[in-house]
Design a binder for this molecule. Structure first.
Ligand code: ZN
Length: 415
């Protein structure tokens, strides 16, 4: 007997009647409630007159040493003498939810394991059916936003994810908001049409809608039009990372073109020295190792145009890093455009057009920079989440999955 231990069950108002192992060697703990009463479902008063026992319930609980554990309970039924006819009410202990086959502790544990994981992963790891995993998800994760849980929004983000379906992609618009704890998903919409986004934004309860001061979005007219119409008071900001993606692609296009030329014009050993220079080319000057600087300089001697493209790219990033006002940023960006036009680097043409169309929203970044950036952080997470969303094309399922992955540790983590 000196290799046995006693473990507290840590569930309230219970008495353990028996512990035994089943034929499958699982632990079965028979328990009895000692709460001594419940609340009458008719009058809401506390009732304590014992009436009888309900049929036994078997609930899955947290495993012990990887051995499955079940609790067996016969819920007690109490009679109310205040209400006419003396109706009876079955007790509802706090440690499980009605109609759930598991204890709450078990379900929260499963949800923690389910974070950043797929249903089939969890089903394998915990040796439960996929239906069990999905059932827990259904009981705990809402399929659309609960507006009552929000008191203010301040900033929302409109973004999208594209999920593969066969050979084509399906686009879903994702609406998020910034909260004290990070990001919360407000909606997953089945397409990115203006009317779809507008309908959602118009449906935000008015007291919350009027707290929105900033909308972060990509350069997509449908989103911007919907936001302007539904939220006329809000400032529309194109976040800098959306902008950077375009001008960095411009510089990369110059790199590809120049490398083709260099391959034909340089002697083979010289060209070989440029191998791998793409990585330093993508870095900021401050991040370059000494060897990378030498490599990059060698490249720039061979291609002055690439040096120009690199310098222009970095100058623009510097503008976004600098503590500009909207007005001074606008001037700086316009001066930058002049320099690009003088150098006639065609690969930046698309970006110059983008600036012509979006300069106002792009420079709004300088009004809101302290609060901006959350969309970017969220976007990076979405990239990771996308793989796990494989095969899900139902907006409710996507909402659940994104919500659990983004907020699961806050909601179901242990303290
Ligand atoms: Zn009553």
């Amino acid at each position: 007997m000196d290799n046995q231990i006693q473990i507290p069950l840590n569930l309230p108002d219970l008495r353990v009647l028996e512990v035994r192992q089943t034929l499958k060697s699982e632990w079965l703990i028979r328990v009895e409630s000692v709460a001594g009463g419940t609340t009458c479902h008719k009058c809401g008063e506390r009732i304590t007159e014992f009436h009888g026992l309900d049929a036994p319930l078997r609930l899955r609980h947290l495993p012990l040493f990887e051995v499955p554990v079940y609790l067996e309970l016969r819920p007690k039924r109490y009679r109310c003498r205040r209400c006419e006819g003396g109706p009876t009410t079955t007790e509802q202990p706090s440690w499980y939810q009605r109609r759930s086959p598991n204890t709450t502790a078990y379900e929260q544990w499963l949800l923690r394991i389910r974070i950043n994981s797929t249903v089939s992963d969890v089903s394998h790891k915990l040796q439960v059916s996929e239906a069990t995993v999905t059932g827990v998800l259904e009981r705990w994760i809402e399929t659309s936003v609960n507006w009552d849980a929000l008191s203010t929004m301040a900033m929302i983000g409109i973004d999208e994810i594209s999920l593969k379906r066969g050979r084509s992609g399906v686009l879903f618009a994702i609406i998020t908001t910034k909260t004290a704890l990070g990001v919360q998903v407000l909606a997953v919409l089945g397409d990115r049409k203006k009317e779809t986004v507008l309908a959602f934004l118009m449906g935000i309860p008015p007291h919350l809608k009027q707290t929105i001061t900033t909308v972060c979005t990509d350069m997509y007219q449908g989103y911007v039009n919907a936001a302007q119409e539904a939220l006329p008071q809000a400032v529309i900001v194109v976040d800098r990372f959306h902008v950077a993606r375009i001008y960095r692609a411009g510089a990369d296009a110059v790199r590809k073109r120049e490398f083709k030329r260099l391959k034909q014009t340089l002697a083979k050993p010289e060209y070989a020295l440029l191998k791998g220079v793409m990585w330093p080319f993508r870095k900021r000057p401050a991040d370059l190792q000494p060897a990378e600087k030498i490599q990059l300089n060698r490249l720039f001697v061979a291609s002055p145009e690439l040096e120009q493209a690199y310098t222009l790219r970095e100058q623009l990033t510097d503008i976004f890093d600098h503590d500009h006002t909207k007005e001074t940023a606008t001037e700086a960006i316009k001066a930058w455009c002049q320099r690009v036009r003088r150098r006639e680097i065609r690969e930046f043409d698309a970006f110059l057009t983008t600036l012509d169309n979006w300069l106002d929203q792009i420079t709004n970044y300088f009004l809101e920079r302290q609060s901006s950036g959350f969309v970017e952080g969220f976007n990076n997470r979405i990239k990771v989440l996308k793989r796990r969303c494989y095969g899900i094309f139902d907006v409710k399922r996507l909402f659940q999955r994104l919500t659990l992955d983004v907020n699961g540790y806050q909601r179901f983590g242990t303290a």
